[in-house]
Design a binder for this molecule. Structure first.
Ligand SMILES: Cc1cc2nc3c(=O)[nH]c(=O)nc-3n(C[C@H](O)[C@H](O)[C@H](O)COP(=O)(O)OP(=O)(O)OC[C@H]3O[C@@H](n4cnc5c(N)ncnc54)[C@H](O)[C@@H]3O)c2cc1C
Length: 385
């Protein structure tokens, strides 16, 4: 087995690392303070990223993307986990759900997103349904040739800067052997459509990559705004969901590497009792544990990317890598705070930001408890007599 990066992967990782170090890191402090990326900075980064060949790296070449395979893409995601989330968002890797676009949707939604002209967000969670996604109640009801949509979505990332919403709504019920089940459908809803109201929420993590409430009050759309087929909602989401969990895991590995680098630098140079603090076992063991933790996460991501590429990824595997990496980055960030001591708590130092930002990874894309539940259920199924 060869775990080393290919020549092409290494070249992409090196040039992308140079790009984020030069173009993104210098804005992190300002974005954190403002809680948004100023428009001129956003525009400048988008343009430079496209010019450097980093536009829509995950999209097929025939659509203007880079057509990278999953193993290379997850290396890209590892690098893109290092800068703060609102700045990383500007180096576009559009959601693959949009490849379901057909007819006019391709020109209205998919292509503008690939070209970096439009931003999208994904709205599933509601005030009454987070982990229990099938509990959503946002309804789309037929009215002649149209759908009327009513409901409330909660925590929707960067809806405040999105041009349209990929919205999951209930469009009816099916009688199944398991009883009456909701039918879920994905819609493409323009953010400025009559009846749509978006209100930013204030979060302590990933400032500038804001969660939002979305209120839908008698929003009218035609069949042409259905993404995929009516009732297809969760079915087509699975492949995308697994890849999303592995991408999150790759982000966690990348961020943990950046935190680790800072912690090692501090441990090697901060002095106490006449020595560098890294020479004390209490600090040195933390450095060792962090290194092992990151290495395991990295190997899990590499294996998971290979499995996606081979079509071998499943729910249990995607939960395992997500669970490990999201908890790993928090352990690493927490150890780093301890190594920095009082400085770890100071706003002028980025360590406290990494620590706050690491906390969300155990909640979005499924909480740690939900992933443990999936792993246990899917494991025990094969042991049942
Ligand atoms: C900053 C941020 C950004 C987000 N972005 C988006 C977005 O862009 N789009 C979107 O659709 N959603 C988004 N979310 C929502 C996110 O996916 C949910 O917060 C997450 O799924 C958990 O749902 P919840 O917050 O309602 O918690 P709940 O589901 O209420 O869970 C609360 C607690 O109960 C536990 N729990 C619940 N059920 C079980 C169970 N069966 N077994 C064991 N424990 C259980 C959970 O693990 C958790 O500890 C975002 C959330 C945040 C905070």
């Amino acid at each position: 087995m060869d775990f080393s990066l290919s020549f092409e992967q290494d070249a992409i990782v090196t040039s992308l690392t140079d790009f984020i170090t030069r173009e993104l890191y210098p804005h992190e402090k300002l974005v954190e303070e403002l809680r948004h990326v100023p428009a001129e900075i956003a525009q400048d980064i988008r343009q430079k990223a496209r010019a450097a060949g980093f536009g829509a790296m995950n999209m097929p070449e025939e659509l203007g993307g880079a057509g990278l395979d999953y193993e290379t893409l997850m290396q890209v995601e590892r690098v893109m986990g290092k800068p703060s989330a609102p700045l990383a968002l500007l180096v576009r890797r559009p959601t693959k759900i949009l490849l379901k676009c057909e007819g006019q949707q391709i020109e209205d939604y998919l292509m503008p997103v690939i070209r970096g002209e439009k931003e999208d967000c994904f709205a599933l969670t509601e005030p009454g349904a987070g982990s229990d996604a099938r509990g959503i109640v946002t309804k789309a009801e037929r009215d002649g040739g149209q759908w009327i949509i009513n409901g409330v979505k909660q925590f929707i990332s960067h809806a405040d800067i999105s041009d349209f919403i990929i919205l999951i709504a209930v469009t009816g019920y099916d009688e199944t052997p398991k009883g009456r089940q909701k039918r879920f459908t994905a819609f493409l809803i323009d953010a400025d459509a009559p009846g749509v109201r978006i209100e930013p929420m204030k979060s302590i993590c990933t400032r500038g990559y804001n969660p939002n409430m979305i209120y839908l009050d008698n929003v009218r759309v035609g069949d042409d705004k259905i993404l995929g087929r009516e009732g297809e909602g969760f079915n087509f989401a699975n492949d995308w969901l697994y890849a999303g969990r592995v991408a999150l895991s790759a982000h966690c590995v990348g961020r943990a590497e950046r935190i680790y680098d800072m912690a090692c630098d501090w441990a090697a140079n901060r002095r106490a009792f006449g020595k560098s603090i890294g020479e004390f076992q209490g600090t040195g063991f933390k450095i060792s544990d962090m290194a092992v933790d990151i290495k395991l996460g990295d190997l899990m991501v590499k294996e998971a990317a290979w499995k996606i590429e081979q079509g071998k990824m499943d729910r249990r595997e995607s939960s395992m890598v997500n669970l490990y990496c999201s908890e790993m980055v928090f352990r690493v960030a927490d150890n780093a705070v301890q190594i920095f001591g009082g400085m770890g708590m100071m706003e002028d130092f980025p360590i406290q930001r990494f620590w706050r930002d690491a906390r969300i990874e155990r909640i979005w894309e499924g909480t740690s408890e939900i992933h443990r539940d999936i792993i246990a259920r899917d494991t025990l199924r094969s042991y049942r007599n």
